[in-house]
Design a protein. Structure first.
Length: 504
């Protein structure tokens, strides 16, 4: 098997099975957020580079689509094995460029690998339906066929997992793929492309372009691309959805979040606090499924806030590759300053600042993009620290008197990615599950993490489109259904009639 290529000073594109330089002449810096240093640059794709990637994908499509499903599944199985062997090396790349801790990066890569595991079952997943005698001696069956060249556009916070929500399922279904990951974290998928090639994937089936709006717009407007999967912030998700719809493309665009956890007075507060600390501050709050708003109901409020404050202060902050670190830095200096600015805003808005992360400095890492943990209490729905997705280690607590009030609060929020309830009452949990207008729900589980064989996706402003990613919904997104009706002559069947039949 080929050795990993050096990442090098400039990350290239990956077109037709090999690295290719970007032709725009524009580049972006890639940081190690823990040191604040630029570790490499990434070449930005021009529209011509995107066109070259799409042409490679179109050229590979006929053969790959017609490759037997068992052969396609065997390539996925080999890819799965190579990913497992390289799990830690991939997680190191994730941690280096994103900043999350190594154990957290390992977990995120594992979640992505599980989608490849799911895609190995593609011969079963692509089975159609069959009905005999829909009319006299007439049979009907369905087939699920690849849609063509698919594209994926992904955010910075999961450099491996979110791309793996998309391309393994799309490619297993017989499509070819063009991926554009966040320009802030470009290296991990380059290694995946090498592993996929080593697993036997034909050149051109999987291509990578890097870049910014220019590359994204070239994807959205390219007539050779049939379907686009996007994950990122809500304004860009909406733009991607609208542009693709206008261009007649199939599209699923997952957006931002403000995930609430409702804590009822009967909850095990110690258990709930531990869960909320991990969900609020894990990965420095840079998770689309992070809990960023806690709704404390009735008597749960004061003891919950006291326990959250104690545990938030005890979180160990440091570089992602250091031992016994809970939380790493944020992605960039600008983002760290923006999150810190939200703490200023919360104070001005009159929320009670219980833990203030703004003064945090890590000795020897003064240039790293670190920020301490912040906890606000008595936050109200009118405040910007409640309304905006902060995407950092800032947890806000709202107070509600009843479960009705808590459910109404969650349902009034325009975001609807994930939510959780903490309670010992089965009746309250069932009611929450039934009435809550959110795509993913945890019951005493703060982040209902993506399970590959179920789908993942929110509602309302957290997802534009009809189908979620991976699971059966992913297979549906990356295939088109064809309905075939068959009749064979010379079987004593009536001659075909002129009018639509009234009897079968
Ligand atoms: P982002 O929207 O800034 O970027 C996402 C992708 O869009 C990147 O590849 C980026 O290069 C591209 N992009 C950025 N600006 C663009 C523009 N003006 N025009 C065209 N393309 C553009 O998101 P991010 O900051 O990388 O990631 C964080 C966001 O992603 C958060 O809002 C988070 O909630 C969301 N997210 C959502 C999910 C989910 O499943 N719903 C999962 C992970 C992250």
């Amino acid at each position: 098997m080929n050795k990993p290529a050096e990442i090098g000073a400039r990350v290239p594109l990956w077109i037709a099975g090999k690295p290719a330089p970007a032709s725009s002449g524009r580049t972006g810096p890639v940081y190690n957020p823990a040191s604040g240093e630029v570790v490499r640059h990434v070449g930005f794709a021009s529209a011509a580079d995107v066109d070259a990637a799409v042409r490679a994908a179109l050229a590979a499509l006929p053969d790959w689509r017609d490759t037997s499903i068992l052969r396609r599944a065997r390539v996925m199985q080999k890819f799965l094995q190579l990913l497992q062997e390289n799990h830690k090396a991939l997680a190191r790349r994730v941690s280096e460029e994103h900043g999350k801790t190594l154990p957290d990066a390992m977990g995120s890569v594992q979640r992505g690998i599980e989608v490849v595991e799911f895609a190995c079952g593609i011969p079963h997943l692509l089975k159609g339906e069959y009905s005999e005698n829909v009319g006299t001696s007439v049979d009907t069956h369905t087939v699920r066929q690849a849609v063509g060249v698919c594209a994926g556009i992904t955010p910075f916070n999961f450099p491996a997992m979110v791309p793996m929500w998309m391309f393994p399922v799309a490619i297993a279904c017989g499509n070819t793929f063009v991926l554009k990951v966040s320009e802030k974290v470009p290296s991990t998928v380059m290694r995946m492309a090498e592993l996929f090639r080593d697993a036997g994937l034909p050149d051109g089936v999987f291509n990578i372009v890097h870049g910014d709006k220019e590359a994204v717009d070239a994807i959205l407007n390219h007539p050779g691309i049939a379907a686009v999967s996007f994950v990122g912030s809500t304004p860009i998700a909406k733009y991607v959805y609208e542009t693709c719809a206008r261009n007649g493309k199939r599209v699923q665009a997952l957006g931002g979040a403000k995930n609430h956890a409702v804590v009822l007075p009967d909850a095990d507060l110690e258990f709930a606090t531990d869960a909320l600390i991990g969900a609020g501050y894990g990965s420095a709050g840079e998770r689309c499924m992070a809990i960023s708003a806690v709704v404390a109901v009735g008597a749960a409020g004061d003891p919950l806030v006291a326990a959250l404050a104690r545990k938030a202060r005890a979180i160990k902050i440091g570089p992602g590759d250091a031992d016994r670190v809970d939380m790493g830095p944020l992605i960039t200096r600008e983002h760290r300053d923006k999150v810190s600015g939200y703490v200023d805003i919360g104070v001005k808005e009159g929320a009670k600042l219980v833990v203030d992360g703004r003064g945090f400095r890590l000795k020897g890492r003064e240039n790293g993009f670190f920020l301490g943990t912040t906890l606000f209490d008595h936050v109200t729905p009118k405040m910007r620290i409640y309304q905006d997705e902060i995407f950092g280690p800032v947890l806000v607590v709202l107070r509600a008197q009843t479960i009705e009030e808590a459910i109404a609060l969650v349902n009034a929020n325009p975001y609807a990615n994930g939510t959780a309830i903490f309670t010992e009452s089965g009746g309250a949990a069932r009611r929450f599950e039934n009435e809550i207008q959110v795509g993913m729900v945890g019951i005493n589980v703060p982040i209902p993490v993506p399970v590959a064989f179920y789908s993942f996706g929110g509602w309302k402003s957290s997802l534009f489109g009809d189908l979620h990613v991976h699971g059966i919904e992913g297979v549906k997104f990356y295939t088109r259904t064809k309905v075939v009706t068959t009749r064979w002559p010379h079987q004593d069947t009536p001659a075909p009639g002129f009018h639509m039949p009234t009897l079968g």
